[in-house]
Design a protein around this ligand. Structure first.
Ligand code: PHE
Ligand code: ZN
Length: 814
């Protein structure tokens, strides 16, 4: 069921071109390999402040598709933090230098030197000076989508991390903060819209030329990677937001003409984000306008340029018939993510790119919390943990394992990874868990107050949290510096004589490339002990400490915690809420797991128990070679019956019950098996278990399916989406049962669908079968959407992900 789910609540991380991580060496012809300057490994420990600072940037961009000329006046001065009497070295790439002057005086060609990656001026004044540059670039030929490029006839920029140097020569590093004034000039007919960061201050026509201009000013100092400009013929959808202090902010979303009716959800998500950040973190927006532009050519999910966020259009455009609930959730999450960067990333930015997690981890954490607050919280946690385990854990255990804050890199573009983003967010979550919600908020308040307008480090972040709360976070740095997923091996001993239960914990820190030995980490471990009736027992440590919230702090390699007054052997619920990004090992038998699945008061662990139960059956059935017994027998039936009970539990959110009904994916099982993976056996096992469940609780599933039939118009809210999700989860198990009429039910679901969610998931359920009903549905979808690229992508995804042996041929034949 997860096949079509885009990752909600985070910006898409790129498919980093791994080949470019390798140093490119070139030879000087004498057999000695030379490293291209920019390809050398960069080390965090080599950080030095820039020799010069740039206080203001005045840009004049004369936009032409094939040759754009840019005039830049940079007000510069030597950096008092550095001993700058040396040359001024600026970054620049793929641009042509037309002229250069200092304080209005042109430089002669022997007063500067140019290379493929920059410009050096050996002698510059020691007093503040203005460097004037005129450069040219070719947006039309720019296929890297970095710097100034063209998308669908519009001009667009992308500067993170090192794209500004493709616009003009610059100190293109995040610790050089300047205020910007930008004048854009372009042909008026083809580019009626001219946008840059900040507030609009002036616009007008240039008489007799057919051209016009607009001037934008951004009063907030920012690093060059947050610069953006857009020009083109775009439609605009507008709204407004009044901030907590009563300022009115104009909100605009710019899209291709004809797509205006797909912007409502993005706009609503933006307003919700602005409100939430005020309420939860006290953060208010700081400009008169907030603009979002959706473009079809964008390498990543979206970009947080100050006051001018640029999005891949699939993360903006939604209408009930074109976008699924998962798309709606992804849009909500990414709109929030980019907006939240305004404080975590923009107002306070990174000193250098080693600190990328400082803005990304924290901002992902914030968007996760936002989505959790707006929707069923535990379900969001389940989705986030699934995402972490399926994308980040493999990274952490493979050859590309790297710390959340790496100590060195060759190419920063390759470090926009699940480790920096998702594990980075988990570190922030652990900090919140450790300090408590209020403590974490106080720490962040201090961070914002202390560092507003600065470019800072992870150490600065931890220092603010520590200073505000009095908590020593020195050892927490290990989480940022040590790669790899810790294994947390736990066991519980019960002593009937003393009525005590002892939890033994050891943390095993696997070696990763370049890090053979590691320090033990502080691990917040949330625990519950269930008594015989399934209730949580009060937790009192031997020294008398009462653990109201069940939170243990593991700090040593080996540690034991003994609880008193435990009348009989309890069932342990360990790592509640998934309180740390670790691999938990704990030996529980199927009966104990079933008990947790029925009674655990922690929603996350209750779901985890259902997954573990199914995973145990599935791994037993597919280890070595396929053995149907575990997925057909008593255990499978017990699982089915337990699932039926939770599925009918009225107090649980629909979205949560739906997650309970979903079996672990084939890759979940593969990860669980770790080695000697037989994919056919896994598939066979999973299909068989699906059929067993579908048959055993057929009546319950069919009942729920009928009961939840959609009435009324589509609404993307969490509760409505939860009902659809639940109904589709039931449909999936029913279809898998192989029982008479069930394939027809799925086909009817497709035919009756009045929204994309119902259409695409029923198509996904049908796709593996060799059946005319499947062909009919696929054909119908294609005919309906063949002219809509975003929607057709979903059709391709259904085909490509369908577990048929002929999937590749089918997609190739399309
Ligand atoms: N900073 C963007 C985000 O996470 C991602 C991004 C990185 C976009 C690099 C483009 C280039 O919000
Ligand atoms: Zn981000």
């Amino acid at each position: 069921m997860n096949a079509l789910r885009t990752q909600a609540g985070r910006s898409a991380t790129p498919n980093a071109p791994l080949a470019s991580a390798l140093p490119r060496t070139k030879s000087d012809g004498k057999g000695i390999p030379m490293h291209d300057n920019d390809r050398q490994t960069k080390h965090l420990s080599d950080y030095a402040p820039a020799d010069y600072l740039i206080d203001t940037v005045d840009l004049d961009m004369r936009l032409e598709p094939k040759r754009t000329v840019i005039h830049a006046d940079l007000a510069m001065r030597p950096n008092p933090q550095a001993q700058a009497d040396g040359p001024l070295a600026l970054n620049g790439e793929g641009i042509e230098l037309l002229s250069i002057a200092i304080d209005g005086k042109p430089l002669t060609s022997d007063e500067y030197s140019l290379t493929a990656t920059g410009l050096t001026v050996p002698n510059v004044p020691t007093a503040p000076f203005v460097l004037s540059l005129e450069t040219a670039c070719d947006p039309e030929a720019n296929e890297a989508l970095l710097g100034l490029y063209r998308s669908n006839g519009a001009f667009c920029t992308q500067c993170e991390p090192e794209g500004f140097r493709r616009i003009t020569y610059f100190l293109d590093r995040p610790d050089v903060l300047a205020t910007y004034r930008v004048r854009l000039e372009a042909d008026k007919e083809t580019n009626p819209v001219l946008l840059s960061n900040g507030n609009p201050v002036e616009h007008g026509d240039i008489e007799g030329t057919g051209r016009h201009y607009a001037i934008w000013e951004d009063p907030h100092p920012k690093p060059s990677y947050l610069f953006a400009a857009v020009a083109g013929d775009l439609a605009k959808v507008s709204d407004s937001f009044t901030t907590q202090s009563g300022r009115e902010v104009a909100l605009n979303i710019y899209v291709e003409h004809g797509k205006e009716d797909r912007c409502d959800w993005a706009m609503e998500s933006l307003k919700n984000s602005m409100k939430w950040d005020e309420e939860r973190f006290g953060r208010e927006y700081d400009l008169d306008v907030f603009n979002i532009v959706a473009v079809s050519d964008f390498n990543m999910g979206a970009m947080e340029n100050k006051g001018l966020n640029i999005f891949n259009d699939k993360l903006v455009l939604a209408r009930p018939d074109t976008a699924s609930d998962a798309d709606y959730a992804a849009i909500e999450g990414v709109i929030a993510h980019e907006y939240f960067h305004n404080w975590t990333g923009n107002r306070i930015t990174c000193r250098d790119w080693f600190q990328l997690c400082l803005k990304e981890g924290l901002t992902v954490f914030r968007d996760q919390e936002f989505s959790a607050d707006l929707r069923a919280g535990p379900v969001k946690r389940i989705l986030d943990v699934r995402n972490l385990k399926s994308r980040q854990f493999p990274e952490d255990s493979g050859p590309l394992a790297h710390p959340v804050r790496p100590g060195s890199y060759i190419e920063i573009n390759n470090f926009y990874t699940a480790t920096v983003y998702e594990k980075g967010a988990e570190l922030c979550r652990m900090l919140q868990t450790t300090l408590g919600r209020d403590g974490f908020r106080e720490g962040l308040d201090l961070y914002f107050e202390r560092h507003d307008g600065q470019a800072v480090t992870v150490e600065d972040f931890l220092a603010a949290l520590s200073d505000a709360t009095g908590k020593d976070l020195t050892d927490f740095m290990h989480w940022y510096n040590q790669a790899g997923t810790p294994e947390l091996a736990c066991s519980l001993d019960y002593d009937g004589q003393t009525k005590t239960a002892t939890l033994n914990v050891s943390q095993i820190l696997p070696a990763t490339p370049g890090q053979p030995n590691k320090q033990p980490m502080p691990i917040p471990l949330r625990l519950g002990l269930l008594g015989p009736n399934g209730d949580d027992l009060p937790l009192t440590l031997q020294d008398g400490t009462e653990l109201g919230d069940g939170l243990l702090e593991v700090t040593e390699r080996e540690q034991s915690f003994t609880f008193t007054d435990i009348p009989s052997p309890p069932t342990p619920s360990v790592l509640r809420e998934f309180s740390a990004p670790v691999r938990l090992t704990l030996n529980l038998d199927l009966e104990q797991i079933e008990f947790l699945m029925m009674h655990d008061s922690d929603a996350f662990n209750r779901w985890q128990a259902a997954q573990s139960y199914a995973a145990k059956l599935l791994t037993d059935a597919s280890r070595d070679r396929y053995d149907p017994a575990p997925v057909k027998g008593k255990g499978a039936e017990r699982l089915a019956k337990a699932l039926a009970l939770t599925a009918n539990e009225q107090d649980l959110a629909y979205a949560y019950r739906a997650e309970m009904l979903k079996l672990p994916s084939e890759s979940d099982i593969a990860r669980e098996l770790a080695r000697d993976i037989d994919t056919d056996a896994i598939r066979e096992a999973r299909e068989t278990l699906r059929a067993t469940i579908g048959r055993t609780i057929h009546g319950d599933l069919a009942g729920l399916y009928e009961e939840l039939a959609e009435t009324g118009p589509y609404s993307p809210d969490g509760i409505s989406a939860g009902k659809r999700s639940m109904r589709i989860a039931a449909l999936d198990l029913l279809a898998g049962s192989g029982m008479e009429g069930e394939l027809e039910r799925a086909a009817a679901h497709y035919r009756d669908a009045t929204n994309m969610t119902d259409a695409i998931y029923s198509l996904l359920i049908l796709a593996p079968y060799d059946h005319p009903l499947r062909d009919e549905a696929l054909e119908d979808f294609y005919e309906r959407w063949k002219d809509d690229a975003l929607v057709l992508d979903k059709w391709f995804a259904v085909l490509a992900r369908s577990p048929r042996h002929d999937s590749v041929e089918i997609v190739e034949g399309c």
